[in-house]
Design a binder for this molecule. Sequence first.
Ligand code: 7RM
Length: 635
Amino acid sequence: MSNYHIKNLEEYFQVYRESVNHPESFWEEIAEENFVWRKKWNNVLECDFSKPEFKWFEGAKLNITENCIDRHLFARGDKTAILFEPNDPSEAAQHITYKDLSKRVNAFANVLKSKGIVKGDRVCIYLPMIPALAIATLACARIGAIHSVVFAGFSSTALSTRINDSACKMIITSDGSYRGAKTIDLKGIVDEALETCPGVQSVLVVKRINSSIQMKEGRDEYLEDLLLNVSNECPAETMDAEDPLFILYTSGSTGMPKGMVHSTAGYMVYTAYTFKNAFQYKEDDVYWCTADIGWITGHSYIVYGPLANGATTVMFEGIPSYPDFGRFWQIVEKHKINQFYTAPTAIRALAKENLDFVDKYDLSSLKVLGSVGEPINEEAWHWYNNNVGKRKRPIIDSWWQTETGGIMICPIPYVTPTLPSYATLPMPGIQPALMDENGNELKGNQVEGKLCIKFPWPSIARTIWGNHQRYKETYFSSYENKYFTGDGALRDDVGYYRITGRVDDVIIVSGHNLGTAPIEDAINEHPAVAESAIVGFPHDVKGSALYGYVTLKEVGEHRNHENLSKEINQIITEHIGPIAKLDKVQFTNGLPKTRSGKIMRRILRKIACNEMDQLGDTSTLLNPACVKEIIDGAL
Ligand code: 7RM
């Protein structure tokens, strides 16, 4: 366990140096000492940036569920693996022990098999944050099926696009979900999606809200019924290190969402290692990440990372504002949470409310506070630090991406001194590089540029499902022999990193990555819309919100703008989901364009941010006159 658990700053620097100088032996030692393998690897790393191709622990054989469940049964069988806290505080929490989890995952895996699912098949999971969600992912992993979890807030169109892209044979859903005081008809959304998904042969329905739903004969079955006929023992499939474990979609700046493919062994090693170190998890701690398993944060730091460490991981079904704004802190008190990991958008929303909602509860169990998803602004950082951490608990601002699989830049709590709005130092094994406009690496400190990673790490996504060319173009074509993150960053005088935000057309709203192109495509489907452009502007809760510039066709010119805005948001909700709705819609006669016809979003962004004095030279535009009109009409 020598390298596994970092205890002080000196050790961090020593471990970090070691990981950079000898990456292969560094990861090999971690892999050897902390996991169970059916067969060891022949080669720690094979790396070819030109293809690009990365293989970690090639030749090794394993099953990730043996590492997350079976091996804990002897020493931790009666320990709570998943602690489920329901939406409604009056409903009892569920303590699912490692023994229970084992039985439920095995039984679920047998159901999948009975429905004809085999190794390599893709299974779509569209479930709310209930135990069945974690169990379904593990059941897929048990038999080598590739899970594709789709966040249950996505619309039917977004769901069907994702199902079809990876040709899923089955979808697992529920009869509905709770969200605060509301219920959502998930099964209805699935039915709608499946009208355009001919490849889906079966639908498994988990009962959650006991609503009466339509069940399609020969296609839909209740999981409960199927579980009656299966055993709760299911041998784990032997997987190759590089076999895909899951696909998770993330939006890009153009068109289709990208199905990021994660491998088995590398992903397991990296998420487990970073979980242990970034949260300083100790045996009896109760750890809570408030993310949804529909995002990478939930995959890596609710399910796989914690369970690989034999941890107790909390799953929360509800929302921070129900039944009131004290819900998070009530749960912290109730379950004596030790590590709490959330998003800046949640912090900002709670910081707007009365402090009584926090002060009412005993938060003394907390040891580590985490933040993820977007830059945490100083104001939110101080609120979190003062009111939740009582100025005694470190805040780990963790920077990473769906593509990186695990936390990349992050303070080690009680080891790395923290600084508001800084993600601080790279995790062992991570080699960041900042690049200038000419493609040269900026050496030394006090520099700012585009953030790349110049050496592979075990959980780097291996490809985009069905489109390796796009993987190459998006991440490996901007700079030679480097992974380009799409983010900008600066390195300060002591070498700390501060992430400055996206440098492409991705906008982060409440921690969700939204590509501008798919939203614009949706808006443009409105019969009255000629053209549109989306930019982000600062929002005190969401971090960024969406500002849409829309030009109308003749048919729309006489329409009421308020009604049109509503219809546009309706289309966006149908195509992408409510998270992509526009906060502001400005109707304009033209959009600023370059001579080659590209919309100059830079100018629109400045106007949306009310930075009219920073527009720069607009005289080279195809249509400079429209800029003045847009400024005059700005909201
Ligand atoms: C884990 C996750 C990735 C993008 C990333 C950044 C932004 C995430 C931070 C952050 C500043 C942070 N995956 N981002 N964490 N920016 N500080 N601590 O969020 O694929 O959904 O998003 O999120 O722009 O590229 S993600």
